[in-house]
Design a protein around this ligand. Sequence first.
Ligand SMILES: [Zn+2]
Length: 375
Amino acid sequence: MRYGEVIGQEAVKERLRRQLGGGHVPHAQLFAGPEGCGKLPVALAYASALLCREPADGEACGHCPACKMLARWVHPDLHFVFPVVKRKGQSGEATSDQYLAEWRAQLAESVYFDRLEWLARIQVENQQSLIGVAESDQILKKLSLKSSQGGYKVMIIWQPEQMNAAAANKLLKILEEPPEDTVFLLVSDHPELLLPTIVSRTQRVDFRPLTAAELENALRQRNGLQEPDARAIARVSGGSYTQALAQLRVDKDSALFFDMFVLLMRLSYMRKIKDMHEWAERVADWGRERQKHFLTYCQRMVRENFVYNFQRPELNYMNRREADFAVRFARFVNERNVIGIMDELSLAQRDIEQNVNPRMVFFDFALKMIVLLIQ
Ligand SMILES: [Zn+2]
């Protein structure tokens, strides 16, 4: 991976390039800064430069045998440590090695992600993740071996603040007497939670949040957004590209939810049963979490359209497309049917939560709308 894949952070990139060019590689560095600003991507690009066989200008070449391994994150001298949890029924502590496949899959998909996304990927959102003492033992073991390619050994520790005390103390010992040609990169959102003795053993590199302009640019180039949308998301993302990506997913979903809501209302009004069945099949394919969000969205739309009839714009919260639709649709939501529609939506939501077949739930709901809409 090369620095060109990292958004912004030019000062840090320049510093690391020069450092490598001059041959002064500190044995341990702490990449510190807010979540989503690109610390891990920089660490990955830097590690690539360290392990590349023909680096130029402090940067990986991208095509030597080492770089080919790095492209899949399978270089034998690049080690990763990150927070994990025990798998169900597992005896003993969990270590990063048990989750390497998931980790590589995440890096292949995107090098910008946060802890919650990582935990969702390894399907343990509701559990406490940590870096335990078994991990420190693994680190010791890995670093006691000679580097397989005869160069550096690089150890990237993502979120070291999640180490428990025993693990942190062991790591401290390693940092006090680092094995030869070993480079530690600690990548931390919360360096204030690290043992001061660990911090003092590292050279600190501070990262700043991305600027709104950098985010806007990235959203246009990487995500194909038009200028006004990119600017709007950049402004509410607090200098974090992972935040911006999360916002993008929400926006995409609400656009889709709007389209599907409008489609259903139209089909119900026209009594197009066969198309309604198809509509239900489409929604049924979404996955329950998203279906629940969609039903919440529908409830909001029904409420907003009901309120619209009272002509009190200060009480309405709709975006442009939603408001345009309300001009024609609001009169169909009235005091005779609003409670009935809301009840049906709550029922559907409960059924989805209780694992009722979503095909039935959504087709049933669609059919009831035929009756409710003409009341
Ligand atoms: Zn290379």
